[in-house]
Ligand binder design. Structure first.
Ligand SMILES: *Cc1c(COP(=O)(O)O)cnc(C)c1O
Length: 406
């Protein structure tokens, strides 16, 4: 028989969300009152969107599907994406600074994050913010960049702590030379948003150390403070040291539709001077074949004037939820960050473990959160509250949080 890929055995995270689901099920089974409207369990745990796609963007999806049924509107494979969408992404988000062949349409940011490491191979050291979105680590482990935090049985990925003490921005002197550095802002899970000065320091460090930054901007459309950068490419010289992955999932409600994009600038080169952009185009044609044409029609609708208004309205809605959650926590004296320019609130419970706090909130409030320790060792003693939920559920959950008092 055939042996199992050893890298798969090394993956850690498959563990976090199934474990949360298991504990939730167990609690519900032991508490029949969770079947009643007042006792029902409310999840502020996952990062999945809950609100319907808004009408103009939805019409874009419908029209995209209808067009496929006509001779003029039919289209087949589009490996790197529809030209019109690539140009539109460059003009709407990057002031036109990228040509269409630097914009690659994907079936989601996570999928591209999983594929990107094919460019660099198992020998490239990887660094992540700690805590971080699990796929950065797991994608690395899967291709064999031996990784994991101390105690997990394998090492090789550098964890740069982002804690209250450093205002959730890592100490860049700890960034290993010639590494791939995953950086997410607005951050999942902490909700922290890097300032222009911080991103400038990041680009400077990456250039000095020969690193490539993989910048995840999935939550950029939640930024309301005009001083905060929405893209790494707002920083001079980032085109020589960064790739940006992004997504329609959270701003347009496309988590189930599946559409994202990746910017690979032509100025970005390997050590030997060869073009990373050309290799990425090759990977798209070799193992991907492009995103759904229907999803791309929806994406185009999301980026015209009417669609951008809907993106604003949808992200405003979730930010409204975030505000309710944050103020409920602050009323209890819980110290928390995020929630202002991001849909996540990162709440600190000093001296306790994340799982212990998770259990208390589930038992006293019937509210599901995400234990911070699941995102990396520096997440210990935090829990993450997600603002993705129907308003009535969020209001009910916020009311119940007062039971945590004392
Ligand atoms: C939700 C999320 C994404 C989006 O992934 P898709 O595959 O585009 O749905 C990317 N990065 C982070 C940090 C996320 O939380």
């Amino acid at each position: 028989m055939i042996e199992r890929n050893k890298c798969i055995a090394n993956i850690k995270a498959g563990y976090l969300f199934p474990e949360i689901a298991r504990r939730r099920r167990e609690y519900a089974a032991a508490h029949p009152e969770t079947n009643s409207p007042e006792g029902r369990i409310i999840s502020l745990g996952v990062g999945n969107t809950t609100e319907p796609v808004l009408p103009h963007i939805d019409a874009g999806l419908v029209n995209g599907a209808k067009a496929l049924g006509t001779v003029e509107g039919y289209s087949g494979y589009q490996d790197e994406g529809l030209l019109e969408l690539r140009e539109k992404i460059s003009s709407v988000f990057y002031k036109g600074m990228f040509s269409a062949d630097e914009v690659f349409i994907s079936d989601g940011a996570k999928c591209d994050i999983g594929r990107l490491q094919l460019l660099f191979g198992a020998g490239t050291p990887v660094a992540v913010q700690d805590p971080s979105y699990p796929v950065y680590v797991d994608g690395s482990v899967l291709i064999g960049a031996a990784g994991g935090w101390a105690g997990s049985g394998y090492q090789g990925i550098s964890y740069l702590p982002c804690t209250a003490e450093n205002s959730y921005f890592p100490d860049l002197s700890k960034l290993p030379a010639n590494s791939l550095f995953y950086f997410c802002s607005p951050n999942n899970p902490t909700g922290a948003v890097a300032s222009k000065e911080q991103l400038s320091a990041l680009v400077k460090a990456a250039r000095e150390k020969g690193c490539v930054i993989i910048f995840d901007g999935a939550y950029a459309e939640f930024i309301r403070d005009p001083a905060l950068p929405k893209s790494i490419f707002e920083i001079d010289d980032a085109g020589t040291c960064a790739i940006e992955v992004n997504s329609f999932s959270k701003p347009a409600g496309f988590t189930g539709v599946r559409l994202g994009w990746t910017i690979v600038p032509k100025d970005l080169k390997y050590l030997n001077g060869e073009s990373i952009n050309a290799d990425w185009a090759r990977i798209a044609g070799t193992i991907f074949n492009g995103a759904s044409n229907i999803a791309q029609a929806g994406g185009l609708a999301a980026l015209d004037a009417e669609g951008l208004k809907e993106v604003r309205a949808l992200t405003d809605f979730y930010l409204g939820n975030a505000k309710l959650i944050k103020s409920a926590l602050q009323k209890l004296g819980v110290s928390c960050v995020g929630g202002d320019n991001s849909p996540y609130i990162w709440a600190r419970f000093l001296g306790r473990t994340s799982w212990d706090v998770f259990a208390e909130i589930l038992e006293k409030c019937q509210v599901v959160t995400t234990p911070g320790s699941g995102f990396g060792p520096a997440g210990e003693s935090f829990v993450r509250f997600s603002a993705f939920g129907h308003r009535a559920d969020v209001e009910e959950a916020c009311g119940r949080l007062s039971r945590l008092k004392g």
